[in-house]
Each structure stands twice: as structure tokens, then as C-alpha cells.
Design a protein around this ligand. Structure first.
Ligand code: HEC
Ligand code: HEC
Ligand code: HEC
Length: 433
């Protein structure tokens, strides 16, 4: 009897697995003979170039200093190391033999030309929100304008059983958002344009939306902040811990200049997003994105930060005299930081007020510690403006003392196990781009 149940159950499992693998199976799309006929009008190719920039294809598909789009950019995820694919038009190792249909299927469903499933580190769920015309333009641009590079993709370092490609079908079934972009009739054209870009090609949620244990985006917590590549992508909604709410004009200033005086600078993974990505878009598109996010953050354009008591408190906090003989953090801050982050009663662009900035107000010290360790390069934050890194000059203890001091000056509760965290952040793989 027991045996029979066991047979019955395992029979069901086998049938289930069989059905699932049938579901998980995708056909191979026949290769085409290159070169792709360059019949695309120049405007389409130009549009593709802009969209490829706005989708940061090169950020993920190019190793630092390596050849454009040739892949093997290393991504460290909690599931292991993932290497991006070669998407140059090389026939042997890239996508030179891909038809537009194969490219469209990969961008929409995360299935490679030969039918194997791709990992969601490739943000296909977002690219699926793009129109066919926009995906086609990117294809036209890559196939006609990117030099073919022969470079084999490295094996991903994902352990068994997560490395079984067809299991990705289960992941997609459970977590992937397969809806195409829908216009929200209750919102303006500008809002919808912003939503189309943010949810689609610019995939802001891939970093700013928290993920579940298996890496699926939690759509009910869209844009509420998440850890990514050793940084925190802060909440962009009304749950933001920023003392000054983000208005459309603040988003716009941050996304076009790399800094908002009320919030801070775009360093780490956010730097290429704005410098290499959004900077390619027409200003009206960045305005639309800003307008869309202002709706999520609930701030009104008419809200005057100058009238916000949090601003006055943060400015006043700089003037509080700490006994430098006993507060090590205050003393280190005065010697290492204050020459640039000087006390002033006005906000000065390019001199972030640290008692006000997001880095000090987040629930995690991660971004503050990253910036103290590695600074802000001239191609990050405000263009041409640099903050030096202190990786070699300050110990974990020094950095945690400064961070604790700033946190206290900002009137926030202490970060727990700070020195331990500083040490972990120092030793994590550094974000390079
Ligand atoms: C966040 C990083 C990231 C971004 C941004 C990104 N990709 Fe990728 N892409 C990947 C990774 C990683 C893979 C390989 C996934 C795997 O091994 O399963 C990949 C795979 C692909 C593939 C499949 C190639 C093949 O041989 O199967 C295509 C096509 C592709 N990407 C196109 C693009 C385009 C076009 C853009 C820009 C619009 C883009 N990607 C942006 C990370 C990214
Ligand atoms: C590759 C991951 C990634 C993507 C994609 C991304 N962000 Fe970010 N974002 C970050 C990180 C990390 C930070 C923190 C940067 C810092 O503090 O220097 C950040 C910071 C921000 C901030 C500042 C928040 C604050 O409170 O200080 C804004 C605003 C922002 N991002 C908007 C966007 C928008 C809009 C998009 C899409 C167009 C986007 N981000 C796409 C990773 C990303
Ligand atoms: C030589 C001048 C200089 C020194 C010294 C300096 N900073 Fe900065 N810091 C800057 C500048 C300039 C920026 C803005 C950079 C940009 O946007 O390009 C900045 C930005 C920042 C930011 C904002 C980053 C973000 O992601 O929002 C933080 C936090 C910060 N500094 C902390 C510190 C701390 C802590 C120290 C001392 C350990 C320090 N800085 C020392 C010049 C300096």
C-alpha cells in the first residue's frame, strides 16, 4: 500500500516535471545570414542609440576598459557571479546571427536565440514594457553601428541547482511581470511618458524595488528601496527617509546634474545611470521621469524646502559645538571632512550638507561608508567635481566614528554594529563603472 502511494506520488512528480519541462521548453529561432541588411533609416538607428544608452546596455555589457558590448561584465549577486553576454554583431560569439524576431523575444521574455532561458540579472521584464518600434530601433543600432568582437561569454558562477537554465521558467512563472506597458488613463501624457521610460528601458525598479528571497521584484513595494551591488538604492516613494521630500524639480536637478543640494550626489551604480544613461535622453523625457517619480514621492512642486523645519534643523546641527577632546568622530570629521563640507547657513551646490543628505539618513550606513572609502570621481556626482576617497587613510574604527558622529548630528538613532559593517563594506567587491 505504502509502496503504491510512493509510486503514485513519484509518478505524479514525473508527469509534473514532464509537463513543466514542456512548458519551460522554447524553440530555437533559426540563425540568419549576416550582415543584417542596413536598410534601417538613419533616424531609427539614432533613436536606437539613444535608447541603448537609456537602457545602460553598455554598462552591463562592457567590462571596465573592455570593448563595447562584448560582454563578460561581472555581476555579483547573492546567487553567485553572473557574466553578461557578448551582444556585438559577431556571428560566432555575439548576436550577429540573430534575427530581429530572436532579439525581440530575448528582450521581452528572457529567452536566448537557441531557446535557453536567461537569468533575470538581464532586466528583460522591464525591456518587455517597451514598444516593438523601440526594441527594433535598438536592434538596428547594435547590428549596424557596434563593431563585432569575438569574445566567448564566461560560465556563470551560479551553484547547482540554481544554474539549471530551464528552472528559470518556474521563476518566470512565479515572479516575472509579463504585462506589457499600459497607459494609465487617469494620468497625464507626461506622467505616462515618464512611467513608460522608468518602468521600461530605464528600469529604475530593477535597482530601487526590493526583491524577495528568490530575486523577484516585490511589485507591491515598487520603488521602496533595495540593496544593489554593495550600495543602497534608496526609496523613491513617500517612504523615503530623506528629511526633505523629493519634488519633481529636485528629481530633475539630481538626474541632470548628479546632485540635489537637499539630498546628495549620484555616486556608485547611480552615476552611470544618470551620466551615461539619462543624459542621452531629451530633456523633456527626463522631466517626464521626474514628474512621474514626484507622484510616487507625494511631494508638491509648491512645497518650499526653505520653509521645512528639517532644513533649519540640519543647518543648525553643524553649529553645535561638540567637545572635540572626547568625541573622536567629531574630531576626525573636523580634520578630514570639514574643510570641504564646511558649515554654512546656506546650501552650496557641490558642498553637500551631510546632516541633511540621504547617505546619513538611510537606515543603513552603506552609501555613506562607500563614499568615505572611495570618494566621488569626477565622472560621478557633479561632472568634474571630485571628493577624495579615504580607503587608505582612515581605519574601520575612524570611519565608523565619523559615520556615528554624523548620524547623531543628524538627529537619527545610531546604526547598530557599525564598525563591523564598515569592515564588511570595505571588503565587498568594489563597484566598477
Ligand atoms: C543590469 C545588467 C544588464 C543590463 C542593463 C542589460 N543587460 Fe543584457 N544581459 C545581462 C546579463 C547578465 C545577460 C546574460 C544572462 C545569463 O547569463 O543568463 C544578458 C543577456 C542579454 C542578451 C542575450 C544574449 C544571448 O546570447 O543570449 C541580450 C540580447 C541582451 N542582454 C541585450 C541587452 C540590451 C539590448 C540591453 C540594453 C537595452 C541590455 N541587454 C541591458 C545584463 C544586462
Ligand atoms: C543600477 C542600479 C540603479 C538603477 C538602474 C537606478 N538607480 Fe537610482 N540609485 C541607485 C543607487 C545605488 C543610488 C544611491 C547613490 C548614492 O547615494 O550615491 C541611487 C540613488 C537615486 C536617487 C537619490 C535618492 C536619494 O534619496 O538620495 C534618485 C532620485 C534615483 N536614484 C533615481 C533613479 C531613477 C529615476 C532611475 C531610473 C531612471 C534610477 N534611479 C535607476 C541605483 C540605481
Ligand atoms: C576635498 C574636499 C572634500 C573632502 C575632504 C571631503 N569631501 Fe565629501 N564631498 C566633496 C564633494 C565636492 C562632494 C560632491 C561630489 C560630487 O557630487 O561630485 C562630496 C560628497 C560627499 C557625500 C555625498 C555623497 C552621496 O552619495 O550623496 C558624502 C556623504 C560625503 N561627501 C562625505 C564626506 C565625509 C564623511 C568626508 C570626511 C571623511 C568627506 N566627505 C570629505 C568634497 C569633499
Amino acid at each position: 500500500m505504502l509502496k503504491r502511494i510512493v509510486y503514485g506520488v513519484s509518478g505524479a512528480v514525473i508527469v509534473g516535471l514532464g509537463l513543466f519541462s514542456f512548458y519551460a521548453w522554447n524553440s530555437s529561432i533559426d540563425p540568419i545570414a549576416p550582415p543584417v541588411n542596413a536598410d534601417y533609416p538613419p533616424q531609427v538607428i539614432e533613436q536606437g542609440k539613444i535608447l541603448a544608452a537609456a537602457g545602460y546596455c553598455s554598462t552591463c555589457h562592457t567590462t571596465p576598459g573592455g570593448e563595447a558590448y562584448a560582454g563578460n561584465y561581472e555581476m555579483h549577486t547573492e546567487f553567485g557571479t553572473i557574466y553578461s553576454s557578448n551582444i556585438t554583431p559577431d556571428v560566432e560569439t555575439g548576436i550577429g546571427g540573430w534575427s530581429e524576431a530572436a532579439f525581440n523575444r530575448a528582450m521581452r521574455t528572457g529567452v536566448s536565440r537557441d531557446g535557453h532561458h536567461l537569468l533575470p540579472a538581464f532586466p528583460f521584464e522591464h525591456f518587455n514594457k517597451m514598444s516593438d518600434d523601440d526594441i527594433s530601433a535598438i536592434y538596428a543600432y547594435i547590428m549596424t553601428s557596434i563593431p563585432a568582437v569575438n569574445q566567448v561569454k564566461k560560465e556563470n558562477g551560479i551553484p547547482f541547482p540554481l544554474n539549471i537554465r530551464w528552472l528559470q521558467a518556474g521563476w518566470k512563472l512565479l515572479f516575472a511581470d509579463t504585462q506589457s506597458f499600459e497607459i494609465n488613463e487617469n494620468k497625464s501624457d507626461q506622467w505616462n511618458r515618464g512611467a513608460y521610460l522608468a518602468e521600461g528601458v530605464a528600469h529604475c525598479g530593477a535597482c530601487h524595488t526590493p526583491r524577495n528571497a528568490l530575486g523577484g521584484e516585490k511589485y507591491d513595494q515598487m520603488y521602496q528601496g533595495a540593496a544593489i551591488d554593495g550600495w543602497i538604492a534608496p526609496s523613491l516613494t513617500s517612504t523615503s527617509t530623506s528629511p526633505i521630500p523629493w519634488r519633481a524639480q529636485d528629481f530633475y536637478e539630481y538626474l541632470t546634474t548628479g546632485n540635489s543640494p537637499y539630498h546628495g550626489s549620484a555616486a556608485g551604480p547611480m552615476a552611470p545611470v544618470m551620466h551615461k544613461g539619462l543624459s542621452a535622453l531629451p530633456k523633456s523625457d527626463v522631466e517626464a521621469i521626474s514628474y512621474y517619480f514626484a507622484d510616487h514621492s507625494d511631494a508638491k512642486e509648491s512645497d518650499d524646502p526653505a520653509a521645512n523645519s528639517n532644513l533649519q534643523t540640519a543647518i543648525a546641527a553643524q553649529h553645535i559645538q561638540t567637545d572635540l577632546r572626547i568625541d573622536e568622530g567629531a574630531r576626525l570629521y573636523a580634520t578630514a571632512c570639514q574643510a570641504c563640507h564646511y558649515s554654512s547657513d546656506e546650501l552650496v551646490k557641490g558642498r553637500p550638507l551631510l546632516t541633511l543628505g540621504s547617505a546619513t539618513h538611510l537606515d543603513q550606513p552603506t552609501n555613506l561608508v562607500n563614499v568615505i572609502l572611495d570618494g566621488v570621481r569626477n565622472d560621478q556626482g557633479i561632472s568634474g567635481v571630485v571628493m577624495p576617497g579615504f580607503r587608505d587613510a582612515l581605519s574601520d574604527q575612524d570611519i565608523s566614528a565619523i559615520a556615528a558622529y554624523l548620524r547623531q548630528a543628524a538627529g537619527k538613532s545610531a546604526w547598530p554594529e557599525l564598525q563591523q559593517k564598515v569592515s564588511e563594506i570595505r571588503n565587498q567587491p568594489r563597484f566598477e563603472q
